[in-house]
Design a binder for this molecule. Structure first.
Ligand code: GRF
Length: 193
């Protein structure tokens, strides 16, 4: 199963997928890793693993539509079975979703539909929930919306900060994402047995 992974940040969740593939426990082919900005940890990690990378820098485009089109073209070039957003901090255009119907997988560090958006961990902590967690879903054109594939709960501890809570959520997020990719790979004909 061919996947393109989109990142905007450190790429620690991507690294977990790279490591699972390298260990032979995840039968997917990461054909490329792309970012919306230069110098991301995710692209560096991919390059270090010998994976093709690309950057469609949001700041290089005069308007949103041009960036949307460039991102779609860059991803389509790799003919992925699935596109995975792992810490990708942009909402893609409907045209992107239409190009990959139920084939654009996103991970979010909260139990959607609670706490969508760029600060799900901070918002959950601020609200005072006793449990939060992560969600892996098929993204649609909304903000962290679309059919939920799996979720994992994480207890919020009294001494938690946004950072400590987010790190504990990421542990579950990585396991959930690898599980989902493993399940999807079983449905794609050319995946290794
Ligand atoms: C993940 O928790 C992801 O769900 C959120 O940002 C984090 C990315 O972490 N959007 P990393 O870049 O994979 O370390």
């Amino acid at each position: 199963m061919r996947i393109v992974v989109l990142v905007s940040g450190t790429g620690s969740n991507l690294q977990a997928v790279i490591d699972a593939v390298a260990a032979g426990t995840l039968g997917v082919n990461i054909v490329a890793v792309g970012a919306d900005r230069p110098n991301t940890g995710g692209v560096e990690r991919a390059a270090a693993a010998g994976i093709e990378t690309f950057v469609v820098n949001f700041k290089d485009f005069a308007n949103r539509g041009d960036w949307d089109a460039a991102l779609l073209a860059a991803v389509e070039r790799y003919e992925p079975d699935y596109v995975v957003s792992s810490g990708f901090m942009r909402i893609v255009a409907p045209s992107f979703i239409n190009a990959f119907p139920r084939r654009y997988v996103n991970t979010h560090p909260a139990l959607l539909p609670s706490f969508p958006g760029a600060h799900g961990v901070r918002d959950a902590l601020a609200y005072g929930v006793k449990f939060t967690g992560c969600t892996v879903h098929f993204a649609d054109a909304g903000v962290d919306t679309g059919p939920i594939i799996t979720q994992r709960a994480v207890e919020v501890l009294p001494e938690d900060t946004e950072e400590t809570l987010h790190e504990r959520i990421k542990v579950q997020e990585r396991l959930a994402l690898i599980d989902v990719l493993d399940q999807l790979a079983a449905t794609v004909a050319d995946s290794p047995a």
